[in-house]
Design a protein around this ligand. Structure first.
Ligand SMILES: [Cu+2]
Length: 176
């Protein structure tokens, strides 16, 4: 009487006649599949690696700001590296030093405001003297050499990145 309710329930789940033989075969197949998945990246670490290889993976290096001659305008330089497999775009920069930060590209000797700047996949966006740069207007104050100015970089896809940007003498050139 006690086994009666359980027996009918088990039966439909497995083949009625070959239960003993099929179950181990299914288990073996399951184990083999698990091994295959592990071998070709099915486990968590491998999928994480795969994910970061295709998404933008950004970091910022070499940031500095030449000490501005006056408090009305300053420039900012830095490099955004992208170790990921897809491009991103720097869309804006915010800082307590200025409410008016724009992205500039240089064409020949003329600089021009642009809406965003590309950070190529497996590459870098280089903002450097004579090239693309950040332009800060209406400064909150004229920063001194050695002062650090917080920049927050905003991207089309990636999370914002905060950088403490050191103020350098106006003659400073990054060594490379
Ligand atoms: Cu400019």
């Amino acid at each position: 009487m006690t086994s009666a309710p359980t027996t009918p329930e088990r039966r439909p789940a497995a083949a009625p006649t070959a239960l003993g033989r099929r179950a181990p075969a299914a288990l073996a197949a399951g184990a083999a599949l698990a091994l295959l998945l592990t071998g070709c990246g099915g486990d968590d670490k491998e999928s994480e690696k795969h994910r970061t290889a295709t998404a933008p993976l950004l970091s910022v290096t070499g940031a500095y700001m030449p000490r501005p001659a006056m408090s009305d305008m300053a420039a900012g330089f830095l490099t955004v590296r992208n170790a990921g497999g897809s491009a991103d775009r720097l869309t804006s920069v915010t800082t307590p030093l200025s409410k008016d930060v724009t992205l500039h590209a240089t064409q020949g000797t003329r600089m021009q405001r642009v809406p965003d700047l590309e950070v190529p996949a497996h590459g870098e966006l280089r903002l450097a003297s004579g090239g693309s740069h950040l332009m800060l207007g209406k400064l909150d104050h004229r920063p001194k050499v050695g002062e650090k100015v917080r920049f927050t970089l905003h991207f089309a896809d990636s999370d914002p990145i905060q950088v403490e940007v050191p103020v350098r003498p106006i003659t400073y050139r990054p060594g490379n």
